[in-house]
Design a protein around this ligand. Structure first.
Ligand code: B4P
Length: 187
């Protein structure tokens, strides 16, 4: 079982490239952003709590996310591998993921870090906001999300550099070109 993390700032294409990885490699997909949006739509207690953070561009607290991830991971049927999309977003989340996978006899095999300049992120998210109906795809919240990324999420790269699993991927160009760079790493 392979465990792959796809990482990057908001709008870097984590969801977009995850779809292509799933299609080619048959991995199971865990997107914490998708799970949270489902909880919000279903108006669960977790969804209500999460929404208070997401609408302001803040991260949902680690304890809520880690609990949610453990449940999601338990539900995953055995496949060739799992792609974690949008998780981990803090160093405590990275440590919790390592502990959870070790209990299952595994570890993160590959961390793919999509590198996209800020101006391009803003352009993509404003564009997505025209049709996404997402409360966090507007300029004010996008700016907050990028700040939060730089302060709280970017340090996760150091965790995986130390583990020796970090791979920087140039995240601009066509979706297929970027996927080609990912395939060079995943084989
Ligand atoms: P997420 O749902 O994870 O998503 P994202 O960062 O907004 O976007 P992604 O990188 O997946 O970009 P996409 O492919 O859609 O997070 C949402 C929020 O949930 C977070 O801000 C946080 O509050 C909360 N959250 C989630 N996980 C959490 C965690 N672990 N801990 C705490 N809080 C958490 O691409 C963006 C757009 O660009 C799309 O419209 C796409 O079509 C376009 N695009 C993609 N590739 C392109 C390319 N090559 N060229 C041009 N456009 C492209």
């Amino acid at each position: 079982m392979k465990y792959v993390v796809i990482f990057g700032p908001p709008g870097s294409g984590k969801g977009t490239q995850s779809d292509k990885i799933i299609e080619k490699y048959g991995y199971a997909h865990i997107s914490t952003g998708d799970v949270l949006r489902d909880e919000i739509s279903a108006n669960t207690e977790l969804g209500q709590k999460a929404n208070t953070f997401i609408k302001d561009g803040q991260l949902v607290p680690d304890d809520l996310i880690i609990k949610m991830l453990a449940v999601t991971l338990d539900d995953i049927k055995a496949k060739n591998g799992v792609i974690f999309d949008g998780f981990p977003r803090t160093t405590p989340q990275a440590e919790a993921l390592q502990t959870m996978l070790k209990k299952r006899g595994g570890d993160v095999d590959t961390m793919l870090s999509l590198e996209v300049p800020k101006e391009e992120l803003v352009t993509r998210l404003i564009e997505r906001g025209k049709s996404s109906n997402r409360a966090d795809d507007n300029l004010k919240v996008i700016e907050a999300r990028i700040l939060v990324y730089n302060e709280q999420t970017a340090p996760v790269m150091d965790f995986y550099k130390k583990e020796g699993t970090f791979h920087g991927i140039k995240g601009i160009g066509s979706i297929d070109d970027i996927f080609g760079r990912i395939v060079e790493v995943l084989g």
